[in-house]
Write a protein that binds this ligand. Sequence first.
Ligand code: 0RA
Length: 646
Amino acid sequence: MAKEPEGKGSSYSAKDIYVLEGLDPVRKRPGMYIGTTDSAGLHHLIWEVVDNSIDEAMGGYAHNIRVELLPGNKISVDDDGRGIPVETHKQTKKSALETVLTTLHAGGKFGGGSYKVSGGLHGVGVSVVNALSEWVMVEVSREGYVWVQEYKRGKPQYKVKKTVKTSRTGTRVTFLPDAEIFAKIEWDLKRIVDHLRQQAFLTKGVKIEIIDHRKLPALYQGFYFDGGLLSFIKYITEGNKLIQNDPFYVHKSLDEIEVEASFVYNEDIETQELSFANNIYTPDGGMHLTGFRSALTRTLNDYASAEGYIKGKDDNLTGDDVREGLSVIISVRLSEPQFEGQTKARLGNPPARTAVESVVNEAMKDWLERHPADARRVIEKCLLAVKARKAAKAAKETILRKGVLEGLTLPGKLADCSSRDPGESELFIVEGDSAGGSAKQGRDRRTQAILPLKGKILNVEKSRIDKMLVNKEIKALVVALGTAIAESFDITNLRYHKIVLMTDADVDGAHIRTLLLTLFYRYFQQLITNGNIYIAQPPLFKVQKGKDFRYVFSDSEKERAVSELSKGAKEKESGISIQRYKGLGEMNPEQLWETTMNPEFRVLRQVTIDDAVAADKLFDILMGQEVGPRKNFIQARALSVKNLDI
Ligand code: 0RA
């Protein structure tokens, strides 16, 4: 499709609108345009309208945007931009305003050369909002008058009306989402405020106001940030202990890509990376983030060696070293951003990488020269990370060496099986001494080995995973597996082809399972992909009638078993006994064997790599430096222990 070349100042005319389609497809398949019709989709309507106003602001035409929540679920978005054009459009013989509001994608075809880089997650434009609204009113102030048109479910109710005189310019869109489309119309003020604050940080110099009129007195919040991402980085690190006096900041265009970035180092080791493309959050990063990471690693290494902090190549800072404690925000603007991945959460344009990399490279060199005290503290922090990394590696190697040396001396705690055929051998990792004792007595000694782990390893305080390997209990496990670790890992030496985690269905059990899965994920991934790792599923009840019995794993299964077993009996439930199992530790050896270990009756769940990835994420919550998320997790989980299934 041809585009009219048009500069920033050149005048727009109605012929520039290229008509595509009407709005029926939007009402038929709203998900295609706004993702979902739940709360996220509903709020997307606001973002879509606001994006248009932000486009006007980024072009330098609008300076103020006001979002109002009105009684009766209406939303109004007002800006002081140029106003949507109102003259008659040649192709449609209708007003340009009506064309923009009733035609898919028409809005995006305005001014090919103008600063049109925003456009919402799906970049669909205000016509989609019109299609999905029971009612819309647009008021355009332009050419001395206020022009008005109303719509119902996307259909204009009258031709654009020229109304009162005005000296201002701007656009005001008021809409009521359609209850036929959205099951629940409920605005979430916090969500709106958070999104608009973020947009204000990302659009330097624009003022965004939010007024909630739904209750009296109305609530007002306004955002205006002169500092752009510099203000944003200060906001997200508020309350943190910072090691820099001044955050780094750069804002520069290169090869038609606008790059803005800001970072600051914190005292802790958590990394926080936020990236945006055309004001859209890219949670999975992408080319812009990659470009930043390269520039950061490179300039810090160059500076550190020039200043004599590091001597040879062996001392070089790695990407992980320079990211410890880093908070960074990157924002790029480019034409035709490509959002990739399942959830379109990653920026795919390679030119964004080169642009960010060279802009940050240059600006950081300069920043390091000008801020020697900050630079020294940053480098020292990175060197500390190197030290920790090397110590962890040394610890790992020690275990590795010991593992090889002690290869034949199996840990004393291990009750091994007599079979030497790994294909039929199973290792049960059992939590707690009492469950361990029952398991040892109840097992099939020929094929089943038991390794009890003390609950104590739960207390590996705020541990990094590499420290876990020094832990005695974990070391015993590694030796029992027989595969060695790291570079010496050899799956052909695996001593048991089934490794079964047998932990209680409570918080401690979940914790220890997470820990073990994380260990397997990070150091023995092949065992997971090879299908060697299992989770035992102890039943909740035994339902029995005479000699006939079932083990069941949920309340609903219990009901079913009861009614099955009572079939034919005169009285319901006659002669049926139900035994409830509280936990592994409370089962006697026979019960444990019967219900959980006997290959004939037991249920094992094979661990997939997805389980392990989830556990690995959880591990960070459970073991990380941040107390808040851990506490939240444990509290939330403690209430739903029954559903625990990691
Ligand atoms: C098309 C062309 C022009 C402005 C707009 C659209 C515009 C759309 C929206 C939506 C919300 N606020 C808006 N402000 C402007 C440029 C018109 C010209 O050249 O004068």
